[in-house]
Structures are given as structure tokens and as C-alpha cells.
Design a protein around this ligand. Sequence first.
Ligand code: UD1
Ligand code: CA
Length: 481
Amino acid sequence: MTESNHEVSASLGGLVLAGGQGKRMGSTGPKVLMRLLGEPMLFYIYQALSSVLPEEAIWTVVGYQREKLDSAFSRYASRFVHQQQQLGTGHALFCAYPLLRENGIRHCLVVNGDVPLVPPRALQDLQGKALSQKADVAFLTMRLAHPSGYGRVIRGEGDIVRRIAEEKDLQASEAGVDEVNAGIYCLDLERIGSYLERMDQNNVQGEYYLPQLAEIAAREGGRVSAVCVEDGAKELLGVNNPQELVYNEEILSRRIRQYWLESSVIVRNPEQVRIGPRVSLEPGSELTGPLEIYGASRIEAQARVDSHVWISDSTVAEGAWIRSFSHLEGARVEQSAQVGPYARLRQAAVLKPESKVGNFVEVKKAVLGPESKANHLAYIGDASVGSGANIGAGCITCNYDGIAKHQTTIGDQAFIGSNVSLVAPLQIGARAVVGAGSTISKSVPDSFLAVARAKQKNLERKLPQEEKDNGSTGQTGRKNT
Ligand code: UD1
Ligand code: CA
């Protein structure tokens, strides 16, 4: 029993069709790399497929700008099949067929790369029915009030599927059909080998249509099984144009928000909160929209993120507070640290516990030590700041000399006055003080005061005699010209 189960599962595979360009999207890149909530469409397809199949059993047909897919999905790239010319979905399957067979795949789930919301249970259901009904060709269908753009399921006597007619090939008598092909199939590769040979391009678009397999199978007395998804049809809608992209993104967004609301996360103004699928939020964290959080971000308990914030691949630790209009990318904000309003944390910015970064401060590849502060108008890049240090307004780490980046180190309890340029490489010692307006290019030892600015001179002005007589010392005496 166990053995035969194993045999069945080893012969199950998946194939994603991702070779097309997607001209209607208006994008220059491959359509399947267009993003929904920060992740490429293909991410979602792989996520769904890999919940029903092992990753090693998932192949992908690529073609248009495949190098972009190679680098975006390197984990899957060893099972990419190249489709030199995009001659249609049937041709895409044709290209992958020999490889799937070589790898012992018998039953294959074939999924169009532009149906990102396909739920795993629909795939499971389709696979189950295809196997139990011993279908040559099984596919998911749905009924749509506005079926335009989709292939229609044409049934004959006894409701038996006769063919799938693409919209452009519809006959007048078929115009009223509202059941459409969702572009998700389960194929018995052993049985369809001969059907593949018989596909042709005799249609309005001059392409090889994968759905033609249903017609050939039906004609040859093979079993064709249309599995209609009764509810949740909107999760099977394809993405062919910008409207459909944002429509799918909205559905996904609502689903994710609802999930977090039900997981003890406070999401205020939820309609305007967008959370990517890889984001993790701890119970007791609090978000207020409008707000976007993407990538592998993590917001911990009691952390608070205010409105108009954009976060990607960043961690906001327990009790930290991100105030409005801040932008975080690849940053780590540790316990009870505060950011913003109007702060920018870039790649590898690390704010240690209880540190503070205020308005118009940019931090990049820098660590700000515990309880240190940069409250206004500063740039801290390629730097390491100790604990309890104070960085004044207008302090700039001059990290770039036009060729290379250099490091600045600022010790514990150091005090950097306002409008200071720190010309790296440089070390400012612990408890050192740098006077306002200084340009510092030599390191400052611990507990020293450094001032590097021109000495102030107060010179008496030469004024015309009459003004002197009037004693109008505080005025310029100039006429407005
Ligand atoms: C397809 C179906 C249609 C169905 C609809 C559901 C065909 C001919 N029609 O139409 O019946 O109702 O999906 O969404 O299959 N691709 C390749 N190589 C190619 C052509 C396409 O890999 O040569 C890939 C695309 O990248 C895409 C997928 O196949 O991910 C589907 O292609 P698309 O052109 O979007 O098919 P539709 O016209 O939407
Ligand atoms: Ca499509």
C-alpha cells in the first residue's frame, strides 16, 4: 500500500507556463515577474504548486527574457525549459514534454503563469478528480458573468466536453456560453503524447493552443473532465492587463489584512494597508494606514507603525515606534527605538535599543548604538556609533571620496555638534566633543574637544559720516534699489 502510494506520488509533476511576454500589460519585462504586493506573480504560483508537490517536481517553461527569471527564481532554474519562440500554450507544453517524461512524470498539473491567486485546494481537487476519473485531460472551469477574453467550454450531448473555443474562434451559436477554461490542467502525459503530435495552428491567432488537447482527446474517445469551481472563481481570474493585475492584488491584500486582524494585530484604516505575503506581524503590533510593508519584514509585539510609512525587508522590534512618512529598506530597528517622522533608513541601517532617529535623517550601512540620538537633518553612512552618543543637526559623514567608501567610528557618549562634516576614514573617541560647524578630517582621541572652523572676527564697519552721526549702528543704511 505504502509502496504504491509512493509510486503514484513520484509520478506527479507540475509545469508552469511562463514563456510569454504579456504585451497587454504595457511592461517591457516578462509578465510573470510583475509584482503583486511586492512579490512577482510567479512567486504565488510556486507557493500554490509547492504546497501540493515537492519543489523538485516543478518545471517551468520560460522564453521571453528568461535571464530575468533565472536570477529571480534561481531555486527553480535547474528545471526551466526553454521555449525559443512563443508559438502558443500548446507549443510550450510540447517543449517541456520530453523532459517531463524522462523524469518519470505521468500526471502533470499544468498552470498558466498568470493565475497568481490559484488556491492549493483547487489544484488538489483537480488532481484528485483527474486521477480518480482516469482523465486524459482534466481542467478547472468557472462560470463568469463577463467571460470575455477566456476560452469557452463547449459541451455537447450529455454535457460532455467537446472542445474549448478561444474567444477569437467562437462561433456565433457559442456566444452565450459562460463557462470558461481557467488555464489550469491535469494531464495524463502517457495518454496525451499522440494528441500533442496532432495539435495544429489552424485558428485565428495561428498559435498552438493547449486547450486543443481537450478537443483531440474528446474526438479520439479519451476522457475529458471539466472540474467546475463553484465558489472562489474570482481566485482563478487571469492577469492579462493592468486592471486585472490590481484587481488580483486587491483580493490578495484583503485576504492578508483579514488574516492579520484575526491574528491579534491591530490594523487601523485597513483598506489602505498593504502587507506582502512574506511579512510577519506579531500579536499586539499596531499599524495605521495608509501604509505598505513588503518583503521579509517583521514587526514585533507592541511595535507601532504610523501612517504613510513604507517598509521593505526590515525588522521593527518589540516596542519600537516608526512615525509617519518614514521609509525603511533593509533596516533593523531594535527594541523601543524610535524613527521619524520623515526618516530614511537604508540597507543595513541598525538602530540599537532605545536609539532615536528624527526628521530628515538618512542612515545607511551604519549602526546607531543604544540610546544614541540623531534627531534632525543628518546623514550617517558607513558608520558605527557607540552608545549614548548625540549627533547634531546637519552632521554629515562624508563617506565617499569619489572612488571608495570609508568608515566613520564614533565612540560612546560622544557629542557631535551641529553642521559638522566628518571626513572618513575617521574615528571620534568616546566622550569626545566636536564643535559646531567643524570639518573634521583627523581622528579625535577619547575625551578630547575638536574644533575645526575659521576663527570669528568682528570688524567695525566703515559707514558714511552722516550715518555715524545718526548713530544708526543697527541698520544697514542701504537704500532699497
Ligand atoms: C489561456 C487559454 C484560455 C483560458 C485562459 C485562462 C490558451 C490558448 N488559452 O488564454 O483558454 O481561458 O488562458 O486564463 O491557452 N505562454 C507560454 N508560451 C507561449 C504562450 C503563452 O509559456 O508560447 C504562457 C504565458 O506566459 C502565460 C500562459 O502561458 O503565463 C497563458 O498564456 P496567455 O497568452 O495569457 O493565454 P490566454 O490568452 O489568457
Ligand atoms: Ca492569460
